[in-house]
Design a binder for this molecule. Structure first.
Ligand code: NAD
Length: 394
């Protein structure tokens, strides 16, 4: 009897686990089923571009039936409701129960609102293609309303959080909104686009010269940074700041942080602050028949006490390792340990500008070379998954 592998989530971790496992395991050795909320594999590192309107949905939402079709990988489109690791079962939101011999949990992370009053109800987020479409539509609707009524709150956008998500998003706004405003007969200078960051600087993971470069580039293009002040409350039309200021805005977008997926944190797998703890082979520390890939796991470097950040490049590498380890588990071979390679950090500041730090020696990039590298890393990912899929031909 083939072993039943069930993979929850078709983001970077889940898709790469599925395809790598299939590369090493024949259908006679294992059936593979992928469960995902959406029928698409979403390139979430490019969502800011969809939200800004620079690219269309087809560039960031790859149909899973096309990706997985003909590869002996079954697809179930549906949301996961509960994981029962002691019973080796997963329950979906529609009530369906899936049994497994080996489980891969790759359900990603969720937005963290840190309990800030009014924020969840009144802000948009950027975690999926649907979210990006909502942002684009909302901004356009508000601009149309501004054109009619002249209400300044309709021409004001507050992006909460100056991490990579927030900064890449305002970079797209700075590029695209002048064009959109022109088309609507609105003066772009009427807009107030704020990026509010609680910490002393935006992009705290980058060295100072790159932070300064980012601020200068985006400020020139109309973005207003408010740093060192936290957002403390939101209503449908206002954002309150810790220093007592209140910004009237009819568009509030929250990119202030992520947390582990609550289903994973509460299902009985060993966890640390909501993210599953894993062995060096990426198995749950409590359930060796459960493998973890991506943001829903907390992974520490060997001997280190700070976990790796929840990034796409790590999810991708975790997925591949899990795929390989599933085959080793089933065939009785030695499993590999997770030893990630860091290619660096790249942030786009719109279509033609960016900053980044790459390679082992931390080479700093600014401007066109950085945005080209960012573009290239996306192309590399897409050609990598297509290349892997073309290798699978049982
Ligand atoms: P993040 O946690 O990295 O950044 C959130 C920012 O919001 C922080 O700087 C934080 O200080 C700020 N913040 C928190 N509470 C606040 C408050 N009340 N008011 C104002 N600011 C507040 O989140 P992210 O940017 O979504 O990134 C999540 C993960 O995804 C990170 O690991 C990141 O590296 C990764 N990512 C990478 C890329 C890329 O490589 N280009 C792009 C997007 C995300």
């Amino acid at each position: 009897m083939p072993k039943q592998i069930l993979i929850l989530g078709a983001g970077y971790g889940g898709v790469l686990a599925a395809i790598t496992a299939r590369k090493h395991l024949t259908p006679a050795e294992a059936s593979i089923t992928v469960v995902n909320r959406y029928p698409t594999h979403q390139i979430i590192t490019e969502l800011h571009r969809l939200a800004g309107g620079t690219i269309g949905e087809g560039a960031v939402a790859l149909p899973l039936n096309k990706l997985l079709g003909g590869k002996d990988i079954d697809l179930v489109v549906g949301g996961v409701k509960d994981i029962k690791p002691n019973e080796k079962q997963v329950v979906l939101e529609n009530g369906a129960v899936h049994k497994y011999d080996l489980l891969v949990v790759a359900l990603g992370s969720e937005t963290n609102y840190f309990g800030i009053p009014g924020l969840e109800e009144n802000s948009l987020v950027l975690k999926s293609v649907d979210d990006a479409n909502k942002i684009r539509k909302h901004v356009e609707d508000r601009l149309n309303a501004y054109k009619k009524s002249g209400n300044k709150a309709d021409a004001t956008i507050v992006v909460g959080g100056g991490g990579l998500t927030g900064v890449e998003l305002v970079g797209e706004f700075a590029d695209k909104l002048p064009e959109i405003c022109r088309a609507k007969g609105i003066d772009y200078n009427d807009l107030n686009i704020y990026c509010v960051e609680a910490g002393p600087n935006i992009l705290p993971m980058l060295p100072k010269p790159l932070i300064e470069r980012s601020v200068e580039s985006l400020t020139k293009r109309g973005i207003q940074f408010v740093t060192g002040v936290a957002i403390t409350e939101a209503t449908a039309n206002t954002v309150s700041l810790k220093d007592g200021r209140k910004i009237e805005a009819n568009t509030i977008i929250w990119t202030g942080g992520v947390k582990g997926n609550p289903i994973v944190g509460s299902c009985g797998l060993a966890e640390d602050r909501g993210r599953s703890t894993v062995t060096p082979t990426l198995q749950s520390t409590s359930h060796p028949d459960v493998f973890l890939a991506g943001d829903c796991a907390v992974v520490f470097p060997e001997g280190g006490d700070r976990p790796y950040p929840p990034t796409a490049q790590l999810a991708w590498q975790m997925g591949e390792l899990v795929g390989y380890n599933l085959s080793a588990y089933i065939k009785g071979g030695a499993m590999d340990k997770f030893n990630p390679v860091f290619s660096g950090t790249l942030a786009s500041l719109g279509r033609k500008d960016g900053v980044g730090q790459i390679g082992g020696n931390g080479t700093q990039l600014k401007g066109f070379p950085a945005s080209m590298m960012k573009e290239a890393s996306n192309i590399r990912y897409l050609s990598h998954i297509h290349g892997l899929f073309s290798l699978v031909n049982h």
